[in-house]
Design a protein around this ligand. Sequence first.
Ligand code: ZN
Length: 390
Amino acid sequence: VKNGAVLVGGGKILWAGPMEETPPHPDDIDHIDAAGHLVTPGLLDPHTHLAWAGSREKEFYLRAAGAGYMEIHNAGGGINSTSHAVRDASQNELTSLMEMRLEKMAFQGTTAVEIKSGYGLSLEEELKQLRAAKAISSPAGIKTARTFLGAHSFPAEFKENRAGYVDLLCDEMLPAVAKEGLATACDVFIEEGVFDIAQARRVLEKAALLGLKLRVHADEVHDMGASALAAELGALSAEHLIETPDASIDLLAKAGTIAVLLPGTCFCLKKKYARGREFVERGVPVALATDVNPGSCTCDNLAFILTLACLHYGFSAAEALTAVTVNAAAAMEMSEHCGRLEPGMDADLVIWDAEKLEQLPYWFGSNRALLVVRSTGDEVEILDNQAGDN
Ligand SMILES: [Zn+2]
């Protein structure tokens, strides 16, 4: 919409459309003049590992020097090193770390974030991560969706007894997560050396029985049939999808499973990119996310992910924006209240330092969000990057 206007009240969008069609409204309402600026819905980030503690910059330089996954693992890096740091952190510490990270993301235009567990890798520690995420104070304004990812890695104590850890996931962890309402979805990392198809199927089928939606870390390094399994089980989403064969792309399209693509991880790992264009062309709904985590992707700026999707998938600016708004909302089951500038939606919107949509992915490396308006329930809060406060 050129020369558009948005009317907001009670934390909701009341009306959006061309300025000259603005419906009658009281004169004394607050105005924000966005003349000459692109306005979009708040960006939605449907895949993050935000509940981490510690830092792994050492791996960044090892990778830069050409080290592979196993070398990094042997140098004490990888998921299990973050797992130690998470086990050392208290629940309150994890909550404040996440609140700090979310606030930084909010100032960059992100208004909803999915958060996965998966660094606890034991009953108590996984519950601690999810409870920490649940405790994020809602006045912070940003919306979150929680996913149980106990099947992220095998903890050291189950190295020789993998079936035992799958039993623990199915018999104790999942029922506890469901009972306490700690997550709305369950995710499994299917990959060589991590969870195989049979183990993943057990975990996912149990999760579905408990009423959780299914997500899968699929086809990141090897095609093990993970995205085909996601489609077969009617998963909400399949994520990464770098090695997905054509046949599985068609299965995802048929199942309506959302492809969550994570080009920031490929950038950070210096790996090849998913065939993003192919997913769009074969009718798979595509969402984009940061995958922000302390190891494989240290990017919390979703706008930069748009740049990567345009450069490496050949997405148009509109396709990229759709992937972090409408489709990302679907991937987080938030379609009813966010992802679009329409009456009834939460009043989450961003005024950008850009004149039009095409200028958003075109610039990268700096924060182009000028002003973020976000709903805090029945009011709105304004984050002003120029004023440096809210
Ligand atoms: Zn991930």
